[in-house]
Ligand binder design. Sequence first.
Ligand code: USQ
Length: 390
Amino acid sequence: MRVLILGGDGYLGWPTAIHFSAAGDEVWVADNFAKRQWELEEGIQPLRPVPTLHRRVARWRELTNNPIHLRVGDLTNHRFVYKLLEEARPDAIVHYAEQPSAPYSMQSRTTAVNTQVNNVAGTMNLLFGIQAICPDTHLVKLGTMGEYGTPNIDIEEGYLTVEHNGRTDTVLYPKLPGSFYHLSKVHDSNNIYFACRIWGLRATDLNQGVVYGIDTDQTVLDETLATSFHYDHVFGTVLNRFLVQASLDLPLTVYGKGGQTRGFLNIRDTLQCVELAARNPADRGEFRVFNQFTEQFSVRRLAEMVVAAGGRHGLDVKVDQIENPRVEREEHYYNARHSKLADLGLVPHLLTDAVLDDMLDTIVRHNAAVDTSTLMPSIRWAGGQVAAKA
Ligand code: USQ
């Protein structure tokens, strides 16, 4: 396949690029390095230094002899998008090129607007580009489980069949996102669904849960191939953060009661899921939705698992229930279906003691670089910085 990875410099985009390349596919990557700029603005850095994308692409070629075609540009510039599609003529596009942080999007009016313009306008340009240049291309779009929120009924995979006044219909599952970031993905989903219905494009929306993990089978081949791993309060996801906190003997920052339950998956399974979606494309006109996670945990349960992992490393890890900076349900029903990727052959890497121990070992080796001032959350959903910086 010719695969175009948008957001190829990111935590998931880079490992995805070298995963497809290792499998023998022709890989193209594009990025505008906006995430590196946002990191600078927030004064945060990934745990390990992340070499430039150019350097990593060159190193990958030295090691494997596989070229990766690299283009630098911004999806909100439609000329860049059209030129990229004309050059790459991809069979599949894996679209990660979005602002990925809920806290970032809730920081101020500026960051909320930037998040939605970047994410929604970038995806719109991509849809128009696909329609004009390569309408048979399969778009594999990274959405989020957070589009659904935490409804009091089971979460289905994308659609819900509703009976109303004696008639039935199947509609997109109702959405209750918890941040302007998660909302941006809802808007994307609606726009992509529209493009499939009206123009006959083909797309798979991967509603992904919270990803954890540091390395993949390819990133471990050489330290130059490392991917970005965040532990700070803006871009770090909860389990990655807890393990870094544990490694430094700092209390785990459970927000509120900790009954918040989410779907989780290992970064290795992100690669597996994206590959399964790409190799089994949606039909023309089809808007397919897969819920992409392997297990669900409450934040409290994750904290218990990290306390136990710390104990196995001789660390006396404590849990700190701090005031929740977010507006979200802290105790709720949660039961989300996730069978479609399993039906395509997903074999999950579950969150075992061995996985936790391995992550903690790697983090302990690098934790001298941790900036502890970036651990505590300072972005409040209601009031706080949102109002102050408007
Ligand atoms: N949380 C804590 N303590 C922390 C950090 C987070 O209790 O130190 C809680 C949050 O309040 C939340 C849950 O853990 O209830 C998950 O937070 P998160 O920061 O790990 O994840 P989230 O903000 O939801 O976003 C992340 C990714 C995003 C992706 C999403 C999938 O940053 O790109 O879309 O996970 S999902 O959560 O399923 O929507």
